[in-house]
Design a protein around this ligand. Structure first.
Ligand code: SF4
Length: 326
């Protein structure tokens, strides 16, 4: 390994900064190192999870998100029990073994329906990841006891002031405490950041890597900021996709071998490049069709939907094999 890549693997600041800014030949070198590490450790498999965006009801006021409680134009929904069962049964028939339940954060919403979805999925041999935001400890335990094995809470940024400003005056420290509590309960934990979140700098992205490394998650994700027309940050410029792709490669290189790194639709037409940069998870959109466009953190217009054909073509373009979740 050359000196540059050794510096990255050891999470040294100058090399990480240089890697985040890399383009063309240098970027290809970075991607090659990241995908080689993935292929030689956990294999060149593209793991598929079925994403069920269960509800867009949210009590929070994150400035970057179209589902903020302040958005009165959004059509709010919660997937019905029968639609949720249909979506989960379809996943089972398609051979998808990981259900990914995502919702806005609202503690007044009961978690019982989610518990029932987890149990139903378990009966069909499907494991569940939960993304419900910060909840009470007894609710975390209830979800875990129902069979959920993974929980994702994104930190969004390592910069505490930007976090406070953009997450509706909440504390980054509390977020990290919740993650640690979830790990203590027994969950595999996931976290993630947004590249280009207004107020962040390249230095913050370097610090994102260091903080994520300290958290040592089982799953780590990167999103690209895109100004949602129904959010407070509607007039800010979008995040830099190259920096976000380089961040994926860096996370692959500095985190432990078996970390799962998804590539989401915020990368739009450059999603396949995320796989070349070392990502290994993709979501199949399993939300009932009538709700898909109402679940939108970063965009207010029609979303890019990932069906099975697109997943196969993404895998082919990165020379990966579509596989069950591990
Ligand atoms: S990011 Fe999550 S918690 Fe924040 S407003 Fe959007 S849905 Fe709610």
């Amino acid at each position: 390994m050359n000196k540059w890549l050794t510096g990255i693997a050891e999470a040294r600041d100058p090399q990480m900064r240089e890697a985040l800014d890399s383009r063309l030949h240098k970027q290809q070198e970075l991607f090659a190192a990241a995908s080689t590490k993935r292929d030689s450790t956990i294999g060149n498999k593209l793991l598929v999870r079925g994403s069920l965006e269960y509800s867009n009801i949210c009590a929070n006021s994150c400035s970057f998100c179209g589902m903020t409680v302040r958005n009165r134009e959004l059509n709010r929904y919660t997937v019905s029990e029968s639609d949720a069962r249909k979506a989960i049964s379809l996943m089972a028939r398609m051979g998808i073994k990981q259900l990914h339940i995502v919702s806005g954060e609202d503690r007044s919403q009961p978690i019982r329906p989610v518990v029932e979805m987890i149990q139903y999925a378990g009966e069909l041999g499907i494991h569940t990841t939960v993304v419900l935001g910060e909840r009470l400890e007894r609710e975390y335990r209830e979800l875990y006891d129902a069979g959920a094995s993974r929980y994702i809470l994104k930190i969004e940024t390592s910069n505490p002031e930007v976090y406070y400003r953009s997450k509706g005056r909440k504390s980054l420290k509390d977020r990290i405490d919740h993650l640690m509590r979830l790990r203590d309960i027994g969950f595999k934990i996931g976290t993630g950041v947004i590249v280009g979140l207004p107020g962040t700098t390249l230095e913050d992205v370097v610090n994102d890597i260091k903080l994520i490394r300290e958290i040592d998650p089982d799953m780590a994700s990167v999103s690209v900021f895109s100004p949602n027309k129904q959010s407070d940050y509607r007039d800010y410029p979008p995040g830099d996709v190259d920096i976000a792709l380089n961040l994926i490669a860096l996370l692959r290189l500095v985190l432990r071998d078996d970390v799962l790194i998804p590539i989401g639709t915020s990368f739009a037409q450059r999603q396949a490049e995320g796989l070349l940069a070392g990502a290994n998870v993709v979501s199949h959109h399993s939300t009932p069709e009538q709700h898909i466009d109402d679940f939108s953190a970063y965009r207010a217009s029609s979303r890019l939907k990932t069906g099975y054909d697109r997943i196969v073509s993404l895998a082919d373009s990165a020379n990966m094999a579509v596989s069950e979740y591990i």
